[in-house]
Design a protein around this ligand. Structure first.
Ligand SMILES: *Cc1c(COP(=O)(O)O)cnc(C)c1O
Length: 379
């Protein structure tokens, strides 16, 4: 079945009790056994819950995997995956990653005895050079945040597989509608379902999809052992959001492309970073491994911090907020918002300057968005 059909039906069937077409919210912590030695399909909601199961099966189907797992947040999903490892293990992690992932790796996992190297994943030789006998995990994200760098997922998965290294790809920015890392050879796909998958800025959630039976068993065991699970109500909301994922992604993609192309020509804009533009250095790679480019792009305002703040302050439709992937357009200033905790030198080295802003294109009329940006930039 095609994506749109699976988004609406995978993992979901009319409720056997009353025929409810929408998966009911099984808001219960525990389930009655038939007899002491005979539980039903579910016994306790940390271990499993029918609403969560529907979401997990739907996620698995959309990401071309065999097993899906839902979590209380993207970070809960990440934490659980990292628990597959032990002290002494070495991780190779993209040097451009989501800030929360950076914090979890550097401030939490390191203290637990894992060794971590941050490596430019676009440089395959650097990745090969970073491999040690104790390397167990390679963690990538594509496109990256906020500089929209695209990395060759299949090539990285190949290198890792040759060395028996497990791979994780954070697919939050493109969603399964545009990119399926399992098809490119990755072992685990990770999502912050908070973003496009739920899509309405009203849930914090995470998801993991795998295709290997033994790995699925381990992740399922850890999900229950660590208790990093979402409640049934959040699962219901994410399931509802998923039903329109294809339509939303198409619209995010179309509007982002149109705004990015227009901004690229604007006299008050220095440069636009969007893999969907031909000017993007990895445009070809982006088109090869993904079917679209999503709704997030970044731009450098001409000038410095004053011009950038004036631009942000002049906007009415775009809320200044972190996060992305919702129906409403958001704009953020990495220098003072998402990446403020990073030392100034590290920010500059990464390419995050005072005049960089990141936009999450929402589903408003694109003409209204363009007009708002035009007013903000000033003629
Ligand atoms: C938001 C985000 C996360 C973390 O997810 P939460 O749901 O906020 O815990 C991880 N990776 C990426 C790329 C994100 O955008």
């Amino acid at each position: 079945m095609k994506f749109r059909t699976r988004a609406i039906h995978a993992g979901q069937a009319p409720d056997p009790l009353h025929g409810a077409v929408m998966t009911p919210v099984y808001q219960t912590s525990t389930f009655a056994f038939n007899a002491p030695d005979n539980p039903g399909e579910f016994d306790y909601s940390r271990t499993g819950n029918p609403t969560r199961k529907a979401l997990e099966n739907c996620l698995a189907s959309l990401e071309h995997g065999t097993h899906g797992f839902a979590f209380a947040s993207g970070m809960a999903a990440e934490t659980t995956i990292l628990m597959l490892h032990e002290a002494g293990d070495h991780f190779i992690v993209s040097d451009e990653i989501y800030g929360g992932t950076y914090r979890l790796m550097m401030n939490v996992m390191k203290n637990m005895g894992m060794a971590i190297d941050l490596v430019d994943m676009a440089d395959l030789d650097a990745v090969r050079a970073a491999i040690r006998p104790e390397t167990k995990l390679l963690w990538m994200e594509s496109p990256t945040n906020p500089l929209m760098k695209v990395v060759d997922i299949a090539a990285l998965a190949d290198i890792a597989r040759d060395h028996g290294i497990r791979t994780v790809c954070d697919n939050t920015f493109l969603s399964p509608y545009y990119q399926n890392p399992l098809d490119l050879g990755v072992d685990l796909v990770l999502h912050s379902t908070t973003k496009y998958i739920n899509g309405h800025s009203d849930v914090i959630g995470g998801g993991v999809v795998v295709i290997d039976e033994a790995l699925a068993e381990r992740v399922g065991y850890l999900q229950n052992a660590t208790g990093t699970v979402p409640g049934p109500w959040d699962c219901f909301l994410v399931l509802r959001g998923i039903k329109t994922l294809a339509l939303r992604m198409e619209a995010h993609n179309t509007s982002a492309r149109s705004l990015a192309a227009w901004l690229e020509q604007h006299p008050k804009v220095d440069r636009v970073l969007y893999p969907g533009l031909e000017s993007h250095p990895q445009h070809e790679l982006a088109c090869r491994q993904a079917r679209g480019h999503g709704g997030v792009f970044s731009l450098f305002v001409k000038g410095g911090i004053a011009e950038t703040h004036r631009f942000l302050g002049g906007l009415k439709l775009f809320s200044q907020a972190v996060s992305l992937g919702g129906v409403e357009s958001l704009i953020e200033h990495p220098w003072s918002m998402t990446h403020a905790a990073m030392p100034e030198e590290a920010r500059r080295q990464m390419g995050i300057t005072e005049n960089l802003v990141r936009i999450s294109t929402g589903l408003e009329d694109v003409e209204d968005l363009r007009e708002d940006l035009e007013n903000g930039l000033g003629r």
